[in-house]
Design a protein around this ligand. Sequence first.
Ligand code: NDP
Ligand code: X2W
Length: 346
Amino acid sequence: MSVKVAVAGASGYAGGELLRLLSGHPEVEIGALTAGGNAGTALGAHHPHLVPLAGRILVETTPETLAGHDVVFLALPHGQSAEISGQLGAIDNTVTVIDCGADFRLTEAEAWVEFYGGEYAGSWPYGLPELPGQRDKLRGSNRVAVPGCYPTVSTLALLPAVQNGLVDPGQLVVVAVSGTSGAGKAPKPHLLGAEVMGSASAYGIGGTHRHTPEIEQNLTPYAEQPVSVSFTPVLVPMARGILATCSAPVADGTDLATLRQAYEDAYRNEPFVHLLPEGQWPQTQATLGANTVQLQVTLDQRTGRAVIVAAMDNLTKGTAGGAVQCMNLATGLDETLALPLIGVAP
Ligand SMILES: NC(=O)C1=CN([C@@H]2O[C@H](COP(=O)(O)OP(=O)(O)OC[C@H]3O[C@@H](n4cnc5c(N)ncnc54)[C@H](OP(=O)(O)O)[C@@H]3O)[C@@H](O)[C@H]2O)C=CC1
Ligand SMILES: CC(=O)N[C@@H](CCC(=O)OP(=O)(O)O)C(=O)O
């Protein structure tokens, strides 16, 4: 079986990571690679690490250049996916579209308007296979909305505690540091070297970051009470990686052994989510370039809070790896194909 894929937004960070993974995929043939203003230039000018594909010329992102592929990955800025996927669907009704952007992630129009503004495009099956029952929705699906990077790691960190009623889901706190590639490649003043190097800065503070409703949406079906998360992202001087520290008050009678057991049970059979041995705490470098999330959980006895720390590469499991995992499921391939378990450390 050969799956012919196109990558829209191939000159960007997510597009580059998709191509790194897809280049090693035994069942994939790489078709059109598209960009915006950089159409007409060679891929190698943007991603010199993608040596075998370096000479490929980027073409314009149009329905016509994307049509005729089995799978199209969209790695475009927010708001672009809705329009192009609609136009593409009108001329090619057999294509599977996997969107790395946010356009189709939220199921509630009000949340979309509050956090993104503009017109709500609707929702597609959510590309987090580790959510209970989600694999069945992704198998054979011809549309997938890949999660945001912070929601992937935060949801997987909190799910077992929430699902088993071990914490108060109305008092979840997530503080997550991220490398700057999470912000994309387009130039922005706050990403200048002089702003980022040797400095850490919180942003999207006070419940205003657009990933807040996505994390709440993910956990709500598994909670016995309303879910509320206080989420604070922090930019740190790394290229890649997220380290999320999540906490919540534990339910009466919950001890550390019960908490730990919930995480062991939830992730024992998950290929990409790993609870570390007791006493070992996640660090981002162990997940770099790997499609993995590494977790540890403990109980802060003094404050009565469960504390879960999770590490993940924002570009791999947090975007492109998650997207390839969804492609594997959508096209009937082995879910784990071409997805590294081994990180790049130190
Ligand atoms: N970076 C991350 O960690 C994560 C990213 N995502 C999502 O993935 C998507 C891509 O992000 P990322 O790769 O970081 O962003 P980048 O800014 O690095 O890349 C954006 C890509 O989109 C192209 N593009 C920009 N404007 C247009 C346009 N008008 N028409 C066609 N193509 C255009 C750019 O081409 P050109 O070079 O020509 O401008 C580039 O290839 C976003 O929706 C993002 O939210 C999701 C999770 C995590
Ligand atoms: C460091 C940084 O800026 N990170 C991005 C999140 C990246 C991500 O997951 O993506 P989506 O844009 O697809 O939602 C941010 O906070 O906006």
